[in-house]
Design a protein around this ligand. Structure first.
Ligand code: GLN
Length: 303
């Protein structure tokens, strides 16, 4: 396995794509950083490259906060506020579904900000602290925030601010939208490494039980829901292409990470900061396509 991962990392190179620049702090990332990690449901972790270099989790946070909203409020209450339909839109689209008045899904920013507001807690800070602890349970260690990324994004979050205020206007958000906005941006700035992400993915692969600590973090019913929205919406407007070629529930983030989950078997994480036009790691996508083919990981694979 170790040898295979090294080989595939060497074969899937390339310098296509651009590092995200709309968050000033992310623009400073080293574009050539690379890491790959694979964690099995029985707790083995294989890594290649800079697997212990930390970066902000960004949108890979979205499925985990959605999971926490489901755990805190129940599926029905969450569904009243955020739908599960693929949007075919960019991650930061300022949009609600015309028919329902709800964000289309929790993997785009409008839905993710909504999910953050549904975490239990009287204030944004209380909700955030629950989120931080929750991600730590998936990773199997205590996590903290990259304050530089947080400050940098908060100061330039004009689009997300517009989305939060739109959600407030349509009564999807309650309370102060600025508080929820800050909570969401702080969640995106939680620092993880590629090994953490592989274990977070493996916890989903393992039906909600963290493979190393043995802790049950999430109920299996919620795992199913989370993986379903990752499969249909996790890669934004490239979700259809991804599910056709890679065939696993996945989530990307603008700092360059991608997680993919093979239920019952493994969690994969890859990190390479250069992004394609959809905001997904270019090398990460290439590598996952290759790995899925080589190891027959496509969920719809027959034979
Ligand atoms: N914090 C980023 C944003 O909200 C996350 C986006 C992403 O990773 N795609 O714009």
């Amino acid at each position: 396995m170790q040898q295979y991962l090294q080989d595939i990392a060497d074969r899937c190179g390339g310098t296509a794509g651009e590092v995200a620049s709309y968050i000033p702090e992310l623009a400073a990332a080293d574009p050539d950083r690379f890491a790959l990690a694979l964690a099995t449901v029985d707790g083995h972790v294989y890594t290649v490259g800079d697997a212990e270099v930390r970066y902000s989790i960004q949108s890979i946070s979205k499925p985990f906060t959605y999971a926490l909203a489901l755990a805190d409020q129940g599926a029905e209450a969450v569904a009243e506020k955020v739908d599960v339909e693929p949007s075919g839109e960019a991650f930061n689209e300022i949009s609600l579904a015309a028919q329902t008045g709800r964000p289309r899904n929790p993997m785009i920013n409008a839905g993710a900000i909504t999910a953050a507001s549904l975490v239990r807690g009287a204030t944004g800070e209380e909700r955030f602290n629950r989120v931080l602890e929750w991600y730590g349970a998936f990773a199997g260690r205590d996590l903290d925030v990259d304050e530089g990324v947080y400050g940098s994004e908060l100061g330039t979050a004009h689009r997300n601010r517009a989305i939060a205020h739109m959600l407030r206007e349509y009564e999807i958000l309650e309370g102060d939208p600025e508080e929820t906005l800050a909570q969401y941006i702080r969640q995106c700035a939680i620092a993880v490494d590629t090994r953490d992400l592989a274990l977070m993915a493996a916890t989903l692969a393992n039906g909600g039980v963290q493979p190393v600590t043995g802790e049950r973090v999430l109920e299996t019913g919620s795992v199913e829901r989370v993986l379903s929205v990752m499969a249909t919406c996790g890669m934004y407007d490239a979700a259809g292409d991804w599910i056709s070629t890679v065939g696993m529930p996945a989530k990307s983030g603008v700092s360059g990470g991608i997680i993919a989950v093979l239920p019952g078997q493994v969690g994969v994480a890859v990190f390479s900061p250069r992004l394609d036009a959809h905001g997904n790691s270019a090398r990460g996508v290439q590598l996952c396509e290759r790995m899925s083919r080589d190891m027959e990981m496509h969920l719809m694979h027959v034979g």
